[in-house]
Each structure stands twice: as C-alpha cells, then as structure tokens.
Design a protein around this ligand. Sequence first.
Ligand SMILES: [Zn+2]
Length: 462
Amino acid sequence: MKELNKMQGGIGVEVYSRPDPKERYWDPEIETMAPEKIREMQLEELKYMVKFCYENSPYYKKAFDEAGVSPDKIKTLEDVKHLPFTNKQIERERQEAVPDLGDMICVPEEEIVYISASSGSTGVPTVSPFTARDFDEFQDYQARLFWGIGMRPWDRYVHALNFTLFVGGPDVIGAMRTGALGIWAGTIPSERLLFILRNFKATITWTTPSYAWYLGETAMKEGLDPKKDFNLKKLVVAGEPGGSIPATRKAIQDLWGVELYDFYGLSDLFGANAGMCEAQEGLHIYEDHHIVEVLDPETFEPVGDMERGELVLTTLRKMARPMIRFRTGDIVTVTWEKCECGRTHPRIMGVHGRLDDMLIITGVNVFPSDIEYVVRQDKRLTGEYRMVVYREQHLDRFDVEVEKLDTVDIEEEVLAREVREAIKVRVGVAPKRVIVLKEGEIPRATHKAKRVIDKREQVWAD
Ligand SMILES: [Zn+2]
C-alpha cells in the first residue's frame, strides 16, 4: 500500500495524488513487485496482524489459544496454516453473542467510522466495520482496480449500485480518486438510469451482469440502440458469476458494444477484492491486502496453480475487524503466473461453484433455508416447498411452489401474494411467482428433499 501522498490542489484544498494518465499502474511499486518481495511484505504484515488480533479481540485470542497458536509461532508465511479458519457463520454467531458488532473487532467503537452490512439471510445482517484508515485504504484499493480497467480522469462514471448499507455504495469514491467524474445514481428505475447514462454521456458504469443485459433490453424497447445511442466504453460487473462466463460476457459486450470487466468482492472483507485488468484474463487479487489460499475443501491442503479449491482469504491491513483465514465458500481456480499486463499478483481465473447451496439471483445471495424459514412460519401452508430457478433473457429468476393446507380457506391468489411479499422481505429479492398447490402435490422425498430445481444451462464458469 503506498502512502496516500497528498498534494495541494488549488485554493488550499488537499487532494489525493494520482499517477499520470499515461501510466498503466495506479501503484507501480506494489502492482509489479517481485513475488519474493511480496511474500516478505506479507510475512511482516501477517505477524503484526496476528499479534494485533490476539491482543485486541476476545474472539481471536480464544480461537488462537484453542488452536494452540500464539503470535510468536508465526515465523514463515506457511505458518498461516496453523491459524484457525473463520467463515460467515462464525461472523454471524460472534455478532449475535456480543451485540452489536461482535467480538472479532479489534478497535474501540469510537474508531469505527463506517459499517456496511450484507443482505440479511438470517434476518440480522452481518456487519463489516471500517476504521478511517480502513475506509481510506478500501477506496485506494478500489481506485487501483478502476485504474486497472483503464478508468482515467476524462471518464464519466455512473455508479448504479445500491448505497443502502451495501459495501459497493462507497466504491464510487474510489472511482473519483482516479480523477473520473463520479455520478452517484444509485439504484433507480431503469428508464431513469438510461436517461442519466445517455444525458451525461457516461463512459463507464457498474451493475450485475444480469442487470446489464436487462438494461440493454430496456433501452431497445425504448427504441434506443445501446451501441450507438450511448457513450459507454466499459462495463464493470460483479455480484454474479456471469462476467466470467464466456457466453454471458460475449452477449453483454455485443449488446452494448463495450469491454466487460468482471470484479469479485466480499463485503465481509472489503468492497471489490479482485478485478480484471485490461488484458481481461482473470481477476487480479492483490497480496499486499490479502493472503490468498486455495485449499482442497476436504483435506484443507493447498492445491496447485489452476487447480480447483476453496478460496480462503486473510486480510492483512484491515484493523476494525481483521478476517483471518476466511473461508469464502467459493470454489475457484487461481494462477500465480505473471499476467501479460505486467502485474505480479495472482489472478482468480474462474469461480466454479459454491460449497453450500447458496444461489445468486440478480446479485443477491439466496439460501434455500431462507425460503424454508418463510414457508415454515406460515401456518396456512404445509411447510413443503420447491424452488425452480431459470433464466429469462440472461436474467435469473425463481418461482417458489408451496402447498396450502386443505383446511385453510383463503383465495390462492391472495395467499401467493402474501407469501411472495414475505420472501421478498426475508431474502431481499422476490420470486417471480409463488405457485400455490394443494396439500400433497409436491413430491415427498424419502432421503434429502430436492428443494431446488435449477433449469439454468450454465451457472458458473467452466
Ligand atoms: Zn493483468
């Protein structure tokens, strides 16, 4: 991480320095650092972070003690393997055990200046806190990713991500740090967004891949040609795997006549943690901020370059709530081979699936267990349910089938509407349809019930 050099920008205003627009790298020293040097830096950071966690977080102290690892045991980078894993569930449990922010945090609350929260799959959202320095570095990191796609001061960037507790909201500040003109659109109706993109001659915007497709379709319905009637040159997509699935990539690039850049992020750690460079061959994940491990999910041994395994990340600089060996649940392939762009950091070449049964519907993480929660709570239903997931014009949708108890007297249409609304509140995205069936119509399974029928052809990258 380079120091945030400040320079005077006009009438006594401090602005962040940025590279000359001709420079390829935002942070040349870090981005092209020799791998041995990166590892040296990581070891220093890891030693510091483990000690910092041990001394400041009751959770980490207990977890490290139980695993028999004290800070002085970390002598090489490989020693990271002695540290216990964390995951989403631990994050949630600690937050519930010690309200409101949990005991994984390492700083007094007075030092926390920002929290984001992931969509509430248990009702209570999991919170990701940032100190002022964390937030500043988060924006510098986002600027590095944006610079890497070629964003420059003459670009006009329309930020069409949600600002409400969503970590992607403040990413717009990172875009502005590159010198680009930031237009804070947020999540607004598609017609309005199209108007803003067109009227302000936006050159770059960021959405989910499925929404990028939908937006293009909407433009055509309005009689516009996405290729000719807009100034868009680049699209950033994240939140769904589509940006790295060749057919989806090509469809969106052709529809808009743009270059498509895939980003990958976890709100538990940061905003976007990895992003494509202009070579568009995988997503760079920078090792000054993370230790990247790809592990066999059964043996927890590291797999080789380009072999499939679970992505496990350790944050090296986040102070408010460091994440040690966070199991992402994503099955990925990663290469450490140097990219043609000259950057030396590893690249995520594909996300190939999930270890759990999580679905990603229009950028929202959907767990069948949340649908189950809603269905089981409604006393007018039998509790049996099925989700049918399908794709309509590159947009993922799902229907939910439920059974109404014979003894209950209510119009099916009314019941369907109410269940749909309850699912929307719980999950954050509504099913396209709720189909009310009669008691016993959903096939009963003798073993594990098949709750999800996925009709989509390709969900993950090859
Ligand atoms: Zn590259």
